[in-house]
Design a protein around this ligand. Sequence first.
Ligand SMILES: Nc1ncnc2c1ncn2[C@@H]1O[C@H](COP(=O)(O)OP(=O)(O)OP(=O)(O)O)[C@@H](O)[C@H]1O
Ligand SMILES: [Mg+2]
Length: 402
Amino acid sequence: MGANRVPFLAFTTDSESAGLLRQFIASHGWEGNLVYEGDINTAADFLKLHPSPQVLCVDIISAEATPASLDRLADVCDPGIKVIVSGKVNEYSFYCWLVEAGITNYLLKPFSLHALEAAYRKAIELPSAEISHTPEIKKDAETIAVIGSRGGVGATTVSVNLAWILANHFHQKTALVDFDPQLGTVALAVDLEPSKGLRDALEKPDRIDGLFIDRVMTKAGEYLSVLSTEEPLDDYVNASEASAEALLKQIKPKFSHLIIDLPRVLSPFTRYALKYANHIICVSEYTIMGLRESLRYLDFCRDILKVHSPIFIANQVGLAGKHEIPKEEFEKGLGQKVAFDIPFTLDAHASANSGEIWADTAKNAPATKVLQAIAGHFVDGIEVREQPSKLKGLLSLLRGEK
Ligand SMILES: Nc1ncnc2c1ncn2[C@@H]1O[C@H](COP(=O)(O)OP(=O)(O)OP(=O)(O)O)[C@@H](O)[C@H]1O
Ligand SMILES: [Mg+2]
């Protein structure tokens, strides 16, 4: 590295990120003006006239504009520079594309100081990679993994209804995949025969190709396709990380949305889906057990998988009446907002028992309206923001020091 290289330089368009970047710079004891207002193009103009830093952090404006901007940057940067990109594009395929183009990390805005520090550490530890002149961006299915904080909270109900609404209300080409090959209930919930032949492929992932996916997925209407299987309980189904990788790789290019109903037990197979989904929804209930398990999933996502926190949705709200933990207490214990409340709806049981989809049979029910709102966020490409609520009360003991 040249002696006149500064360790770090950032170009950002918003004051919140600028504040965090300054805090980060101060925490490393670096001096001088290292944060500039602007984006990747401003950085390219600047670096035409100045030496490259060791690590550069730049904002991008959109996925579409990034290839040309990266090309400009590649023309002016010194070899060995590490580039961290930050932006609001929340798509796994875009992240993969950036990595392929030689970018060391991507920070989804708004990012935290912790995420910035982790990205920086990764950048300085990685061997040098040239920023390459850019491959084409391909859009893959927006992937939403749904997990229940506890058994029976309604993870499958949420998965099935979201998929149905995306397909039939928003006309999005949607895949609904059950990631529990033995105890999954998706096929039953949508009244379809379980798929045949998946188990063999899960155990030999190199057999999973596009043709196989076309054969094994069952159509449930013009826009919805389902993959759900019911392998015998006395068998051991060896679904590995490689099986999950092969499944997602083949399914994602064929759809605009992919909903994955995940079992709560984490295996390498299910972890892969959590790690590489664009969004994780954690369905819970307002109980102390629901809170404890939600916290464990939250910590797992943040600390072990190092992905974004799940979107928390409370289901069957009102079922236990005054015995439920109040929402604000739950949020206080979790340290995060609950984005949506789905009311307890007796008719859900009737639909479930007759293999009907609730969002179809009760289009105007309050619970369906909430599910439509959740689905709408993913269609618009807007991230789900939690509803504001006042935080008060105890239960923080569940979080330990947090
Ligand atoms: N909002 C609701 N109101 C009333 N009943 C509901 C609601 N949501 C789900 N249910 C019912 O609760 C039961 C369990 O739901 P579901 O199978 O979706 O839970 P799950 O979390 O997927 O369970 P599992 O742990 O077995 O995977 C079903 O009978 C379903 O119809
Ligand atoms: Mg389920």
